[in-house]
Design a protein around this ligand. Structure first.
Ligand SMILES: *[C@@H]1O[C@H](CO)[C@@H](O)[C@H](O)[C@H]1NC(C)=O
Ligand SMILES: *[C@@H]1O[C@H](CO)[C@@H](O)[C@H](O)[C@H]1NC(C)=O
Ligand SMILES: *[C@@H]1O[C@H](CO)[C@@H](O)[C@H](O)[C@H]1NC(C)=O
Ligand SMILES: *[C@@H]1O[C@H](CO)[C@@H](O)[C@H](O)[C@H]1NC(C)=O
Ligand SMILES: *[C@@H]1O[C@H](CO)[C@@H](O)[C@H](O)[C@H]1NC(C)=O
Ligand SMILES: *[C@@H]1O[C@H](CO)[C@@H](O)[C@H](O)[C@H]1NC(C)=O
Ligand SMILES: *[C@@H]1O[C@H](CO)[C@@H](O)[C@H](O)[C@H]1NC(C)=O
Ligand SMILES: *[C@@H]1O[C@H](CO)[C@@H](O)[C@H](O)[C@H]1NC(C)=O
Ligand SMILES: *[C@@H]1O[C@H](CO)[C@@H](O)[C@H](O)[C@H]1NC(C)=O
Ligand SMILES: *[C@@H]1O[C@H](CO)[C@@H](O)[C@H](O)[C@H]1NC(C)=O
Length: 452
């Protein structure tokens, strides 16, 4: 850290050094101009601090000092011949940024160190790179806190600290970055809850990732003011409380919402006109699934599993033509008529396990020709199996165990040639098993034979 030189032991020599610096600086012209040579020297000095220099960086050498624009990972500006981009992503570098001299690179627009073994702090001097539009430090081992100086990088459009070991608190000054479109802070250790009321709306933000960070407040209010948001991932934190319905009213462009694995409770949020992916699993959401969920016509994925939802599965779900994946397992839903209209013909995955569903598997199930996975086990279904189920010839997984299903297995089931998992045990079937099903490959089906 820069501040480190001011420690007690080194105070005197530092003081002299500082004077010397001021003297030398006074001799320089007012405006700093960095030559390609200064930049090359700075990069070499830095490279010499790497624990091991990757072979791919051999072009970074004294003999090639005047050739920096041809160095690996370096892009120069055509007119100024100065370094404009440094892209060292996935170079297998084991180093720190502590020995990187930022001063010769004030015109840098892109700095990418993603996927290396960088350790130590992110130096506050990074705030000098005021022309940066992309800063990607993701997938490293940077530690300590995010320096507030990052908020000086007001040209940034892409900022990622994804998957590091950063701690303390997310600085509210980050919301000064009014041009930022991607803000990716997932996978760190921000153990202190920020005062979200100090954050302001970020009008350009389209992609916000706070995944896996130990955050434990209520829903951060500033997010409702980020009107351009299309992607929001707050999953794997400890966010709590109800989500007020108005939180999402202004986020009319939201397409992807992942709040999986938190402690949110209360009614499900539902006003998302453009939503495609809804991941709300493993929270404490309660009450009914909103009746008009079927009006969010672009929905492709709905995962509401492991919550405390009750009441019926709204029939409007049956209108979702784009729906591919529906997981409502482990709730307290008690009636199901969702596929009567037979419109969600794209559905491949349907899991309604461990609810309180009564009645029958509707004949309209036969319209779900793309269905590969159907799990209804541990409910109270109490009719015979509709022969239309045999039309779902793509089925590879069929789980019907632990219900009160009865009657004979329909002959049509022998059309299900692709079944690799079938469980029918703990039901009340009568009559003979179909010969083709007796050839079944799954262990669970063996159990079912014993139960019959
Ligand atoms: C940055 O680029 C401008 C021209 O675009 C140039 O005038 C200036 O000297 C450069 N700054 C540095 C520190 O190199
Ligand atoms: C840079 O490399 C290219 C090909 O890799 C070569 O043609 C060119 O002469 C090099 N430029 C300099 C200044 O060495
Ligand atoms: C990076 O760190 C991992 C373990 O944390 C280690 O296995 C790997 O060898 C390191 N790579 C380099 C280039 O040091
Ligand atoms: C985080 O980084 C580590 C080490 O670089 C890597 O092994 C791991 O897959 C990354 N995690 C994610 C979620 O990308
Ligand atoms: C919001 O996004 C649209 C494109 O979807 C873009 O044209 C507009 O400039 C963005 N607004 C801001 C403030 O960045
Ligand atoms: C939604 O936007 C309107 C108009 O910009 C604003 O008055 C209102 O406070 C916003 N609602 C939320 C919840 O941020
Ligand atoms: C949503 O978040 C959970 C938890 O972090 C993760 O496992 C899952 O992959 C995410 N879903 C998608 C589609 O990205
Ligand atoms: C389903 O559950 C809801 C709420 O718990 C209840 O009001 C309703 O009577 C139940 N319906 C059936 C058919 O059991
Ligand atoms: C089904 O999915 C395909 C491709 O994933 C998509 O093109 C199509 O619009 C979807 N909807 C319907 C009704 O087939
Ligand atoms: C059967 O399953 C295999 C893989 O599980 C898949 O590649 C194939 O397309 C399926 N066939 C049918 C008719 O669904």
């Amino acid at each position: 850290m820069e501040g480190g030189v001011f420690s007690a032991q080194s105070q005197k020599p530092t003081y002299l050094l500082l004077l010397l610096h001021i003297f030398l600086l006074a001799l320089l012209p007012f405006k700093a101009i960095s030559s390609p040579k200064t930049q090359a020297e700075a990069l070499l000095t830095w490279k010499n601090t790497f624990a091991s220099a990757p072979p791919s960086l051999t072009s970074w050498s004294l003999t090639d000092l005047n050739n920096i624009c041809n160095w690996t990972a370096i892009v120069c500006d055509h007119s100024t011949k100065q370094v404009s981009q440094i892209d060292l992503s996935n170079f297998n570098i084991d180093a720190t940024l502590t020995h990187f001299n930022f001063t010769p690179f004030l015109n840098l627009t892109q700095f990418n160190l993603n996927g290396n073994n960088f350790t130590g702090p992110v130096p506050s001097a990074i705030g000098k790179l005021s022309k940066l539009t992309t800063l990607d430090l993701g997938n490293n081992f940077f530690d300590q806190e995010i320096p507030v100086e990052i908020s000086k990088l007001t040209e940034l459009k892409y900022l990622s600290f994804f998957n590091n070991t950063l701690t303390r608190v997310i600085p509210y000054q980050l919301s000064n970055l009014q041009k930022v479109q991607f803000l990716i802070l997932g996978g760190n250790y921000f153990l202190e809850t920020p005062d979200w009321s100090k954050f302001s709306g970020m009008p350009s933000l389209t992609y916000l990732d706070f995944y896996l960070n130990f955050l434990d407040s209520e829903f951060p209010e500033f997010i409702s003011k980020c009107l351009n948001l299309t992607f929001l991932d707050l999953s794997r934190n400890s966010f709590t409380g109800q989500i007020p319905q108005q939180v999402f009213t202004n986020l009319s462009k939201l397409e992807y919402l992942n709040l999986t694995i938190n402690d949110f409770e209360g009614p499900l949020p539902s006003n998302f006109p453009k939503l495609k992916h809804l991941h709300l699993a493993q929270n404490n959401f309660g009450g009914p699934i909103p009746k008009d969920i079927g009006l969010i016509s672009g929905l492709q994925i709905i995962d509401l599993s492991w919550n405390s939802l009750e009441g019926p599965i709204p029939s409007s779900i049956g209108q979702l033509r784009e729906l591919k994946y529906l997981d409502l397992r482990d709730n307290s839903l008690n009636s199901s008529t969702p596929f009567e209209r037979g419109l969600c013909t794209n559905l491949t995955y349907l899991d309604l396990t461990s609810n309180h569903l009564k009645g029958k598997i509707p004949p309209s199930i036969g319209q779900l020709r793309e269905l590969q996975y159907l799990d209804l086990h541990t409910n109270s279904l109490d009719s015979s199996i509709a022969s239309e189920l045999g039309l779902c010839t793509n089925l590879a997984f069929l789980g019907l165990a632990v219900n009160e299903l009865n009657g004979e297995l329909p002959l049509s089931l022998s059309n299900l040639n692709n079944i690799s998992h079938l469980s029918l045990w703990a039901n009340r079937f009568t009559g003979p098993l179909l010969p083709s099903l007796q050839l079944d490959r799954s262990g669970l089906f063996e159990t079912s034979k014993q139960q019959l």
